[in-house]
Design a protein around this ligand. Structure first.
Ligand code: UDP
Length: 249
């Protein structure tokens, strides 16, 4: 049950169904890479073939963002809802705390990480954060980080290095990681730590979170400007698919 958007597959799942897949991976001790795909990321895949291949190989791809939800509707294979990376991360933290599964946080600045870990421990009593490492490491340090992750055997590995760095890091090491659920969570530690804020709920529901982020960080204008280009490319894909269907009939 996937919809292909600009040649990238996106799973048509609710947050609850996504959590069911994650819990099954935990139960069966399987490796599961979750990509939370937004419009910017999917549009980027047009130029970045390596990123596209990584997302294609990921076990789960969620529709993170109003742009992706709209694209799925335009293509006639709507996703049931938006599954935002931050919401998915919170749901995983809650479930991991409930079942005492060990976690590892990788990425963000050290101070942000410490505050994010403190917030997680405060909000989810009993949570087992086995370890964390900031995201400003040198290439030579990666081996040590990997060894630590292998030694701690986390069930959940959250990687916050930004797109596409986090996806490329996960893909490079997926064979060497222990069986766990790995999610690239972008700026989610910053939000958990209280350094960045999410849009008010009404804006999230109205599909305007991108606009809120733009107001807060005007330097994102270049990134947000991709949205209309993304939608245009999706409209072209939809027209192409319609044309092919008509010639077949
Ligand atoms: N980051 C990092 N190492 C890097 C580059 C970025 O740890 O080399 C972190 C950064 O501190 C931030 C997150 O990655 O916490 C990226 O946040 P952003 O909001 O840019 O994520 P995106 O929009 O790419 O999902």
């Amino acid at each position: 049950m996937r919809v292909s958007i600009l040649k990238v597959p996106v799973d048509r799942l609710t947050l609850q169904q996504t959590m069911e897949m994650i819990c099954r991976a935990w139960r069966e001790n399987q490796f599961l890479h979750v990509v939370t795909a937004n419009a910017e990321m999917l549009y980027r895949c047009r130029q970045d073939r390596a990123l596209r291949d990584i997302i294609k190989a990921a076990e789960l791809v969620t529709a993170d963002g109003a742009g992706v939800v709209l694209a799925s509707r335009i293509l006639g294979r709507a996703v049931p809802q938006r599954v935002a990376g931050f919401d998915l991360m919170l749901a995983c933290l809650q479930e991991a705390a409930r079942t005492s599964l060990p976690l590892y946080f990788l990425g963000s600045r050290q101070s942000v990480l410490e505050q994010a870990a403190a917030k997680a421990r405060q909000n989810y009593p009993g949570i087992n954060i086995a370890g964390f490492h900031h995201g400003y490491f040198r290439k030579e340090e990666e081996k040590t980080i990997l060894e630590e992750i292998r030694r701690l055997q986390p069930a959940l590995l959250l990687v916050a290095l930004g797109v596409p760095k986090q996806e490329k890091w996960i893909a490079r090491y997926r064979k060497e990681l222990p069986p766990c659920v790995v999610i690239g969570v972008g700026g989610s530690f910053d939000v958990l730590a209280g350094k960045a804020r999410r849009a008010p709920l009404w804006m999230q529901r109205a599909g305007l979170e991108w606009f809120y982020r733009l107001l807060k960080e005007p330097s994102r204008l270049g990134r947000t400007a991709v949205l209309p280009l993304f939608l245009l490319a999706v409209l072209r894909q939809a027209a192409g698919e319609r044309g092919r269907r008509q010639t077949r009939q």
